[in-house]
Design a protein around this ligand. Structure first.
Ligand SMILES: N[C@@]1(C(=O)O)CN(C[C@@H]2CCCCN2)C[C@@H]1CCC[B-](O)(O)O
Ligand SMILES: [Mn+2]
Ligand SMILES: [Mn+2]
Ligand SMILES: [Mn+2]
Length: 261
């Protein structure tokens, strides 16, 4: 995916500076309540946060290609003072280590980032300072929210999850850097089948491209995560290719590729 993106961004005349991060597996990384591998995930996100901070200091737009959605803890922490965060996802990812049923940390990043939820004491996350408030998050494609996530997910924000007029003008007027956290399972599964938790009835390719074009036009899109592409879960090569190519086309729209040329 990285290679394809780098090549195609070249066509957009983007000056691409590529960096691969290596993360360590921490031995004896016992779960903390319902958070699996907390130290491994925590250390990786600590490293990612400083890498993203460096990219932003370099005045560049940061594109992080994952990996699962737990990486958003590090990428958004490193991108601090971002507002709004566009959470493009079938899921709210707002479970805490106490509410998660799966124990998978890819379902918990929003909880870790929210000041209101005060998630603390998780080994490996001593470095983390929650930097988001609930009203800073705009969900797009949301359609699979656990019961335990409901109370923390403000009801009055449901309508924003379905409409594509994603950012109110007053948000734009704040001129704050926008962060797009793009989980490919927000799209309709036939578009991105090589992913772990697909949910029918997702965002169409046309809608996804439109959202990315709209974000580009604000001139404020400052960091993008692309997560949950898992080539091992594609039943055929064609499924893997469709997942990667769909993700790439939406990323390119976020970096200036316009359908009208
Ligand atoms: N809320 C979840 C969690 O495990 O916490 C449970 N859900 C799967 C579950 C299956 C049975 C019906 C209800 N949904 C996946 C989600 C995490 C997705 C992480 B992402 O990064 O892909 O968004
Ligand atoms: Mn996942
Ligand atoms: Mn997600
Ligand atoms: Mn998801």
């Amino acid at each position: 995916a990285m290679l394809v993106i780098a090549v195609q961004m070249g066509e957009l005349r983007c000056d691409v500076k590529d960096r691969e991060l290596k993360f360590d597996i921490i031995p004896n990384d016992h779960p903390y309540h319902n958070a699996k591998n907390p130290r491994t995930v925590g250390r990786a996100n600590e490293k990612l946060a400083s890498a993203v901070e460096e990219v932003k200091k370099d005045g560049r737009t940061c594109l992080v290609v994952g990996g699962d959605h737990s990486l958003a803890i590090g990428s958004i922490s490193g991108h601090a003072k971002t507002e709004p965060v566009i959470w493009f996802d079938a899921h709210a990812d707002i479970n805490t280590p106490l509410t998660s049923l799966s124990g998978n940390m890819h379902g918990q990043p929003v909880a870790f980032l929210l000041k209101e939820l005060k998630v603390s004491g998780v080994p490996g996350f001593e470095w983390l300072k929650p930097c988001l408030s609930a009203e800073d998050i705009v969900y797009i494609g949301l359609r699979d929210v656990d019961d335990a996530e409901q109370p923390t997910f403000p009801k009055d924000r449901q309508e924003q999850t379905l409409s594509l007029n994603i950012i109110s003008p007053q948000k734009i007027n704040k001129k704050k850097p926008i962060h797009l956290s793009f989980d490919v399972d927000g799209l309709d599964p036939p578009l991105t089948p090589a992913t772990g938790t697909p949910v029918p009835g997702g965002v169409t390719l046309r809608e996804g491209i439109y959202v990315a074009e709209q974000l580009y036009k604000t001139g404020l899109l400052s960091a993008v995560d692309t997560v949950e592409i898992n080539p091992r879960l594609g039943k055929t090569q064609e499924e893997v290719d469709s997942t990667v190519n769909t993700a790439v086309s939406i990323i390119l729209s976020g970096f200036g590729k316009a359908r009208e040329g």
